[in-house]
Design a protein around this ligand. Structure first.
Ligand SMILES: Nc1ncnc2c1ncn2[C@@H]1O[C@H](COP(=O)(O)OP(=O)(O)OP(=O)(O)O)[C@@H](O)[C@H]1O
Length: 612
């Protein structure tokens, strides 16, 4: 998917090939190949250790047991002891190779996870929406696991096996070039025949990774939405969807494994055939006097050393394809350009102070969708409040997301104190502009820990207090904020005050209380411009009064854009903007609009009749 076709998905247009993926993977996680020179050297020694047995067998037979002057026991003993020492050394090198590869891969993959996770945060909400959240999680978790499985096991096998094949070939050629040629003639066609099969395995594993992502997406959605699912009694329908995704993953896995099984079996078949051919031809060469018994025996050992890795290669191939498919998906995140980009130090600084906002000819279309905002012009003077009203789906929330720069407009510009938001440093923007959504996300922690998210520190470069700042240090500020908002009595009612756990997503609090926490957080953030999405959920009258009072304190003296669902909010605002089907159809003070007797006046009349 690409931005060009109107959708904002992850990754580039063309999936990377296997080699390109590996290259890009190493580029992103350079730790994977850190110290690879030493590791390679150790791997060569480990591979050399593998040929100790065939060489020893040949030497023991030809120069010990079948020595010209009769069996030489002393020589046999010396050879065996030397071989044992060489084997121990080879084993040691092999262990070191494992440890080094393991360490490098862990470091590389941890780095990959961190980069992918950070990038998910930098992506615009639009990109995140295009990709199911569960699928994003699977990219950072299970897809990285497949890479880890390959790098730690397959990577080691691949390295050791390749060297083993190389060393075995050289030694085989020393013993008998005729037999070596024969072995390669048998295996060459197999390697060529494997190519198309490899491609099929590659495709099959890409499908597996995609289906695993979809499965995790639907499972996590079912878990997160469990309450709604139960409330509407749609467990069976959701279960069917989840079952279907699990089934689809199983089918894809079986298909991929089937292909691998064929590749593996053909490898085993050819390996056994080669062994048989070597025995037949080797015996003939021996009879003709071209090959000693020791050399033939050693050659048979070497053929095993040669065919073992070739067979294992099919298994490694399996892991490799799975890993490449996973790698592609993780790289897809990292390589997705950040569309709502931070201009950073090249941006225009936006100092604190009363904020004025202007929308100049703003148009917007969600990716792949029709335009939802058309040529919006609007000016909010510093320190004033504006209420945006309109029917559901008219574009109010979209305006709010543009003003807070969660997304950029498709046409026109949003300006903060005369500067296009795209040119304002993100740190300054986040410091000065805060959005209070209808349902602020509460973390499964105490009330104090949730409030601290709002705290800002003007002395720090990104506006956030230093990580080391303790909760105890922050407590007086939290209490003062709650007092300013008139919430001291509410705090006193809570079982453990600031230490009260709010539960997962704030489930231990009522909807109204969650709103209070969101308002307190915004107050602590002390922004110059507040963008409020007025909550619609009904709360009890006492909480309603508390919320109204807290809102008054929060908004007093600040520029405020409120997406108003209650016309009482519009009545109290300095300016009312009426949006209809993505256009501003009326704007002005409440009294003027009522006097105009247009759309707003009709809405207001209907609301008055309903509520008073
Ligand atoms: N993430 C999205 N992807 C695609 N279309 C969207 C998305 N969000 C909103 N829309 C569409 O944009 C239009 C405006 O939506 P918006 O949420 O801004 O309306 P609203 O006035 O805030 O509605 P409400 O009062 O119900 O919150 C609607 O047609 C909606 O379907």
């Amino acid at each position: 998917m690409s931005a060009a076709d109107g959708r904002e998905g992850l990754g580039g247009t063309e999936p990377l090939g296997v080699m390109a993926t590996l290259r890009r993977g190493v580029q992103v996680s350079p730790q994977l190949v850190q110290g690879i020179g030493v590791t390679l050297l150790l791997a060569v020694l480990a591979a050399a250790g593998k040929v100790v047995v065939p060489v020893a067998v040949q030497q023991v037979m030809d120069t010990g047991v079948l020595a010209d002057g009769g069996p030489d026991v002393q020589r046999v003993v010396t050879l065996v002891v030397a071989a044992a020492l060489a084997l121990v050394l080879g084993g040691l090198c092999s262990a070191l190779v494992n440890v080094r590869l393991f360490r490098a891969s862990e470091a590389g993959l941890a780095q990959l996870r961190v980069r992918a996770f950070r990038h998910v945060h930098d992506l615009s909400v639009l990109t995140q929406n295009t990709e199911r959240r569960g699928s994003l999680v699977s990219r950072v978790t299970s897809d990285v696991d497949t890479i880890s499985l390959f790098v730690q096991w397959g990577g080691i096998m691949l390295l050791v096996s390749t060297l083993q094949v190389a060393v075995a070939t050289v030694l085989m050629a020393v013993y008998s070039w005729q037999l070596t040629l024969l072995v390669w003639l048998c295996f060459g066609p197999l390697v060529i025949a494997l190519r198309p099969l490899q491609r099929r395995v590659n495709v099959a594993y890409t499908v597996v990774r995609e289906r695993v992502g979809a499965m995790l997406g639907s499972v996590s959605e079912a878990v997160v939405g469990a309450e709604t699912i139960r409330a509407y009694g749609v467990q069976r329908r959701v279960q069917r969807t989840v079952d279907a995704r699990i089934g689809a993953t199983r089918d894809a896995m079986v298909r991929a494994q089937n292909t691998v099984a064929w590749v593996f079996s053909s490898g085993v078949l050819v390996a056994n055939l080669v062994l048989a051919v070597v025995v037949v031809v080797g015996t003939q060469l021996g009879v003709a006097g071209d090959l000693s018994v020791g050399r033939l025996l050693a050659f048979l050992f070497l053929v095993q050393l040669f065919t073992g890795p070739v067979q294992q290669a099919t298994e490694v191939l399996n892991e490799l394809q799975n890993a490449v498919a996973g790698w592609r998906r993780v790289l897809g995140i990292i390589d997705t350009p950040v569309r709502v980009a931070d201009p950073g130090s090249a941006g225009v600084p936006s100092p604190r102070g009363p904020a004025a906002v202007e929308l100049r000819g703003v148009g917007f279309a969600y990716p792949g969708g029709p335009p939802v905002l058309h040529g919006i012009d609007l000016h909010l003077p510093a320190g004033r409040s504006v209420a945006v009203v309109g029917a559901t789906g008219s574009g109010k929330t979209t305006v709010a997301k543009l003003v807070t720069r969660l997304m950029d407009p498709t046409d026109g510009a949003v300006l903060l104190d005369g500067t296009d938001l795209r040119e304002v440093r993100t740190a300054d923007l986040r410091r000065r502009v805060v959005m209070v959504p209808q349902e602020g996300f509460l973390f499964d922690a105490t009330l104090a820990e949730n409030l601290v998210y709002g705290l800002r520190d003007d002395a720090s470069p990104d506006g956030h207090p230093a990580d080391g700042a303790s909760l105890a240090d922050a407590e007086p500020r939290l209490r003062a904020a709650l007092a300013d908002l008139g919430l001291t009595d509410w705090l006193a009612e809570l079982p453990s005050g600031l230490a009260t756990p709010v539960g997962q997503r704030g489930e231990a609090l009522s909807a109204g209380e969650r709103q209070l926490v969101a308002l307190a957080r915004a107050y602590l953030a002390d922004a110059d411009l507040l963008v409020l999405d007025e909550a619609t959920s009904a709360v009890d009258p006492a909480t309603e009064v508390r919320i109204a009072r807290a809102l008054d304190s929060l908004t007093s003296g600040r520029s405020t854009v409120t997406i108003a669902h209650r016309l009482s909010t519009a009545e109290a605002a300095d300016l009312v903007v009426v949006v209809d089907a993505g256009r501003v159809v009326e704007h002005g003070p409440h009294e003027d609009l009522v006097a105009q007797d247009g759309v707003y006046a009709a809405m207001h009349r209907a609301w008055v009749a309903q509520t008073r």
